[in-house]
Design a protein around this ligand. Sequence first.
Ligand SMILES: Cc1cc2nc3c(=O)[nH]c(=O)nc-3n(C[C@H](O)[C@H](O)[C@H](O)COP(=O)(O)OP(=O)(O)OC[C@H]3O[C@@H](n4cnc5c(N)ncnc54)[C@H](O)[C@@H]3O)c2cc1C
Length: 265
Amino acid sequence: MSSGIRATPEVTLERAAAPTRLEWRVATVVSVRAETRHARTLVLDVPQWPGHRAGQHVDVRLVAEDGYQAQRSYSIASAPESPTLELTIERLEDGEVSPYLCDVLQPGDGVELRGPIGGYFVWEVTLAGPLLLVAGGSGIVPLMSMLRHRALAADASRARSPVRLLYSARTADDLIYASELARLGSAPDVRIEYTLTRSAPADWTGYNRRIDRPLLEEVAWPASEGTRAFVCGPTPLVEQVANLLVEFGYDPLRVRTERFGPTGS
Ligand SMILES: Cc1cc2nc3c(=O)[nH]c(=O)nc-3n(C[C@H](O)[C@H](O)[C@H](O)COP(=O)(O)OP(=O)(O)OC[C@H]3O[C@@H](n4cnc5c(N)ncnc54)[C@H](O)[C@@H]3O)c2cc1C
């Protein structure tokens, strides 16, 4: 987006009544965290945030001095249990909005957002049955909210659904949340597999190709009535994986998809 952009126009929010989900509110950047060379997390304090479910997203709006507006959707990375709202944004070099969110916004700045949005691509710890998560690139973000929710949910008496995550990225350096995933993946009922599509380090022990039928067959749960799958990332990856899962016998109603963008990872 051109210079002169600002995240927060001179908006006076109505203080008397809590904004509804689809009204814009001004969040404050509490801190920022580099995740990879191309991605960073914004930790936000959102006044009167109504709470969210794992998998939902928000819309973020930027307004230029001449009134030009750009709006994009960003999945919520944090668990519903978290006191702050976290978004993780991958910078597209020629992008209009993501470079601003990745490079320019700083702690103390305001940013307009509305949400939470979405009731289809959501998972809650109360849902029984094995869970399969498949991510391409920044498609890991809403799945991370699900994994964090699964780890943090207070209902310890309930047996947690066993989970498998298949995460595809270009290179090892592009893996977002790598150390947290390593920690989560050490639990006995969590299995995490990675595949790198461009280059892999010499000592790499994961897969190193795009997700194809044999790879998905090796990682996915065998089809069963209770299995749920959430697939998120670039459109070609999402379509390929969802089609394969249905061919494997997954119930199409339990294969939930979220498409982030037009290109492959
Ligand atoms: C429901 C939903 C949730 C999303 N959550 C996230 C998230 O958590 N983190 C995140 O980083 N992004 C997320 N996205 C993608 C995000 O909304 C933007 O599309 C992305 O940040 C690019 O915006 P931009 O303005 O920088 O690029 P644009 O100016 O819109 O596009 C620049 C160039 O990149 C191409 N492009 C646009 N989007 C993508 C993409 N996603 N991948 C590859 N190429 C693209 C365009 O065709 C164009 O050539 C989500 C999208 C949706 C629909």
